[in-house]
Design a protein around this ligand. Structure first.
Ligand code: HOZ
Length: 433
């Protein structure tokens, strides 16, 4: 079924480190080799062997309006005719910036970069520049890209491959990253009581999506806001995954908390390499050329990526699909959990809007430690069983699944049929790995 992909992976490994340009894509954690994707349309991806899959990777989040959405494609094609990149201001940058500023009360201006990693790294530098402090606080299992100081206790691929604190990060950098367990406000308070006047910022995924999906406990985000106010530290919300995915705006609107700096990516780039960070003007004015916090990029604000972002946000604004997305997601998760019960499989499900995760453990996890206690062998078998039935899932228990507006009710029903088949097999000890 996957012969061609296997051959292509062998060839890729000769020329590309590990055969992939981002570790989690290698499928190593689930014990098989990756699929080579040839094209994607709507809710489906197609591999080089000619197989069709219902896709829940969703290009790791950006494809909320479906793959190669015709309206996005049209806008991109039009802008493409004028050239690809100028390294100079363009009107389309302002168009996208305006939409973001209009959607977020906490943002008066933004700076575009090329990836979530860059946005998080730059936001941290900005927070340090504003406060004149070196330390930061992050949460174990949250992932904010792969810059040095943020690869400490990191989720996503870093956890999938057992290197939450990467080699190659100088101890002198890592020592400035203080760690707390997600959802543990008391731990945060204790750290601040000791080091508060040295902490530039707290950086957090307000709904975590890089250790599976974990929601904040009641009062957690409010508590972080209060602690930051008390110690004059900045609160950074990493909404790379959640921005414009859970609502037209961010999780900050759902929980009614205003961060000092917001990081956006994925959906705002409409599937192209783009991201940004934004804040009120008094903070953003610290950035060069107005201020002395330096940050730059040849391809930042690339017109093609900006065009895709504008078209994507316009579709979301016009359609306001968020209730339907949530309904479909909740339906899938609750029925999957029901099926697991029926077949005696330990399973819990968490979802937030169109992000969801099925954890192979009885209770919904509240932090990274809980996720680690999932049955990864069951997860790997589930992953492979689903793939064999035409369902393309993120190849790790530590990643979020995503639903887009082009997933149909038929897609959801077919996915549930596949889940039932897998659970039936697993319940009688029929494993695939
Ligand atoms: N860190 C990304 C998911 N949380 C992985 C993206 C990729 O491999 O493309």
């Amino acid at each position: 079924m996957f012969e061609k992909s296997r051959e292509l992976f062998e060839e890729a490994k000769r020329y590309i480190a590990g055969g992939v340009n981002s570790p989690v894509r290698a499928f190593k954690a689930v014990g098989i080799e990756p699929l080579f994707i040839k094209k994607a349309r709507g809710s489906k991806v197609y591999d080089e062997d000619g197989n069709e899959f219902i896709d829940y990777v969703n290009t790791w989040g950006p494809a909320v309006v479906g793959h190669a959405n015709p309206e996005v494609l049209k806008k991109v094609e039009k802008v493409l005719q004028n050239g690809f990149s100028f390294g100079a201001p363009t009107t389309i940058e302002t168009e996208l910036a305006k939409r973001i500023v209009d959607a977020f009360e906490s943002i008066e201006s933004v700076r575009f970069v090329n990836s979530g990693t860059e946005a998080a790294m730059s936001a941290i530098r900005l927070a340090r520049g504003v406060t004149g402090r070196d330390n930061i606080l992050k949460f174990i299992g949250c992932y904010h890209g792969h810059s040095d100081g943020l690869l400490v206790g990191a989720g996503s691929g870093a956890s999938t491959f057992g290197v939450p604190s990467s080699k190659g990060v100088p101890l002198d950098f890592a020592k400035h990253t203080l760690l707390a367990e997600y959802n543990d406000l008391d731990a945060v308070k204790k750290i601040f009581a000791k080091y508060g006047d040295t902490i530039a910022c707290i950086i957090v995924e307000p709904v975590a999506g890089n250790m599976g999906v974990i929601k904040p406990k009641e009062g957690f985000l409010e508590g972080l806001r209060e602690v930051c106010n008390q110690y004059e530290s900045l609160l950074i919300f990493d909404e790379v995954m959640t921005g414009f995915r859970l609502t037209y705006g961010g999780v900050q609107h759902i929980y009614n908390i205003e961060p000092d700096i917001t990081i956006l990516g994925k959906v705002v780039g409409g599937g192209f390499p783009s991201a940004c960070f934004g804040a009120k003007k008094d903070i953003m004015d610290y950035l060069s050329p107005e201020g002395s916090v330096y940050q730059a990029g040849t391809l930042s604000g690339n017109p093609i990526a900006m065009a895709a972002g504008v078209a994507t946000l316009d579709i979301l604004k016009k359609k306001n699909p968020y209730n339907d997305l949530e309904k479909n997601t909740t339906k899938l998760v609750s029925r999957a959990v029901g099926l697991a019960k029926q077949y005696g499989i330990p399973l819990s499900g968490e979802s937030a809007g169109s992000m969801f995760c099925l954890f192979f453990r009885d209770d919904v996890p509240k932090n990274y430690k809980d996720v680690l206690a999932s049955d990864l062998n069951l997860f790997n078998n589930y992953f492979l069983g689903m793939l064999n039935q035409g369902i393309y899932l993120p190849p790790s228990q530590f990643e979020s699944n995503f639903i887009g507006i082009q997933h149909t009710l038929e897609d959801i029903e077919n996915t549930l049929i596949a889940i039932e088949n897998v659970f039936k097999d697993l319940s009688v000890g029929k494993f695939y790995l």
